[in-house]
Design a protein around this ligand. Structure first.
Ligand SMILES: [Zn+2]
Length: 287
């Protein structure tokens, strides 16, 4: 599943392709992804000039000249391929769970002015697309209940300790709760808890004071490092046209069950299952 850094990397890759260009034609090859496409989906986009590409949580937001926003979520297996006017193609991000590129799953094609095309591929079809007007955005059902962005100023130790205060469940589940913080997924929660020395099983309500002051910057740091890795490899990707798989190389605990802790503490990384998701952690370094 694409996580926030991957989605941010996709946004940064789409930004120069979409911004300032007219969407000339939209080809929709099926009636639905996770949900049906909105009425008149293609017609409402065709002829519009894109003014901005942004992100909220794991939603890609493509703002149009008429103050409507094309919302794209990659779901479990969505990916994007860019066809260039000279016939080459590249991906704006190589995802950890790369979906391959079988063109039978190319469900939507956005044809832009100047011969550029952006192709949305999604084998499992858990992704979604919608069109939301700018004025309805804040209150829209997709966005109304989402907490602050982890890289924004609203997400800070004071805010997080207020939200965790008195909570009995494990800290890991609270960090995955999208109403507490937007867009944090399993991989980066495991990584941030390791960097902060906090056990994923610690009671959320006990994470306050110095512990929360350490956790918040570690959450930002693991996300920023992953975004930087994505950004720096964009050029590599275009040159080699291969799968880099760069995101997984920097994981300290995720997917490393049985390996030695990278802190050289002598312990091995353990895997447990919490709320149906694998958690990876160092039993010695995380308390
Ligand atoms: Zn350790």
């Amino acid at each position: 599943m694409p996580e926030l850094p991957e989605v941010e990397t996709v946004c940064r890759g789409l930004e120069p392709i979409f911004t300032g260009r007219c969407i000339e034609r939209v080809v929709v090859r099926r009636p639905n992804l996770r949900w049906p496409f909105p009425d008149q989906f293609a017609t409402r986009l065709e002829g519009q000039i894109v003014t901005k590409v942004g992100r909220r949580a794991k939603y890609i937001l493509i703002t149009l000249g008429n103050d409507e926003i094309l919302v794209i979520h990659l779901g479990m297996s969505g990916s994007i391929l860019i066809h260039e006017p000279d016939g080459n193609s590249h991906r704006p991000a190589s995802l950890y769970y790369d979906s391959g590129g079988d063109d039978r799953h190319d469900h939507v094609v956005f044809e832009l002015e100047g011969g550029w095309s952006v192709i949305y591929n999604d084998p499992r079809r858990f992704g979604l697309m919608d069109i939301v007007s700018l004025k309805d955005f804040e209150g829209h059902r997709l966005f109304a209940k989402i907490g602050p962005e982890p890289l924004g100023n609203e997400f800070n130790p004071a805010y997080l300790s207020t939200r965790l205060n008195g909570r009995k469940g494990p800290i890991k589940s609270h960090l995955l709760d999208q109403s507490i913080v937007a867009g944090l997924g399993n991989i980066y929660v495991c990584e941030a808890l390791f960097q902060a020395g906090i056990s994923p099983q610690a009671r959320a309500g006990t994470i306050s004071g110095k512990r929360v002051e350490r956790l918040v910057p570690e959450i930002r740091a693991v996300l920023m490092a992953a975004i930087d890795a994505g950004g720096s490899s964009l050029n590599d990707y275009v040159q080699t046209d291969g799968e880099l798989g760069y995101f997984q190389h920097q994981f300290k605990v995720y997917d490393r069950e049985g390996e030695s802790c990278t802190n050289d503490c002598g312990a091995q990384i353990k895997r447990i299952v919490q709320a149906g998701r694998s958690t990876f952690y160092c039993p010695k370094c995380q308390r």
